[in-house]
Write a protein of this length. Structure first.
Length: 194
């Protein structure tokens, strides 16, 4: 919804902004719920913690499908399809890695965070050309890559575990909330120019 060059966003950009804003709020709600469940149950139940760890990248598959739907008129959806493939494979690999322990699953999760963060960074930079409000997604993509690297490096530390991912997920929710807010500004700008 580029409002770069101080121009009013076009109709298609506004519709995309509305769809993305709704998706970002859904992502925030899921992430906050995930963090709450981790804090409530992860240290009490290894089974619940395991399920939560597997669910997170699986949710990203669903979220990315919704992103594709929100961006129907985008010429290339290749980054989103790559993200779907990476997240689907990661879901399976995390489930398998858990047989070797949480540290192995955290390493897989960290690799996934790096790859999907790179995709998010790329998409944010591409979308910035056509709509404003993408800087939180750009920052989030970079933060995801840093968080993924840290998760891999510290996966074997005694104090690491599934609950340690809550901060990573909470930051992601915060960036989605900021992006939704920025998209609201674009939508409201279009209303004021009509």
């Amino acid at each position: 919804m580029t409002t770069t060059l101080n121009s009013a966003p076009d109709g298609q950009a506004v519709e995309t902004a509305k769809s993305l804003r709704k998706l970002y709020f859904i992502r925030v709600a899921f992430s906050v719920s995930w963090v709450i469940l981790v804090f409530l149950f992860a240290k009490k139940s290894a089974e619940i913690a395991t399920i939560l760890l597997i669910i997170y990248p699986a949710w990203d598959v669903f979220g990315t499908f919704m992103d594709i739907r929100a961006n129907r008129n985008t010429a290339s959806k290749l980054p989103q399809y790559i993200n779907i493939a990476i997240s689907a494979v990661t879901t399976i690999v995390i489930a398998l890695a858990l047989r070797d322990g949480v540290p192995m699953a955290l390493i897989v999760f960290g690799g996934w965070a790096i790859l999907t963060g790179l995709i998010q960074l790329t998409l944010g930079l591409r979308r910035k050309k056509i709509m404003s409000g993408q800087w939180p997604m750009i920052i989030s993509g970079g933060q995801s890559m840093i968080g993924g690297t840290f998760t891999i490096i510290s996966a074997h530390s005694a104090d690491r575990g599934i609950p340690s991912l809550a901060a990573y997920v909470a930051f992601g929710a915060f960036y989605y909330l900021l992006a939704a807010y920025n998209l609201s500004k674009t939508i409201n700008q279009s209303k004021s120019t009509t």
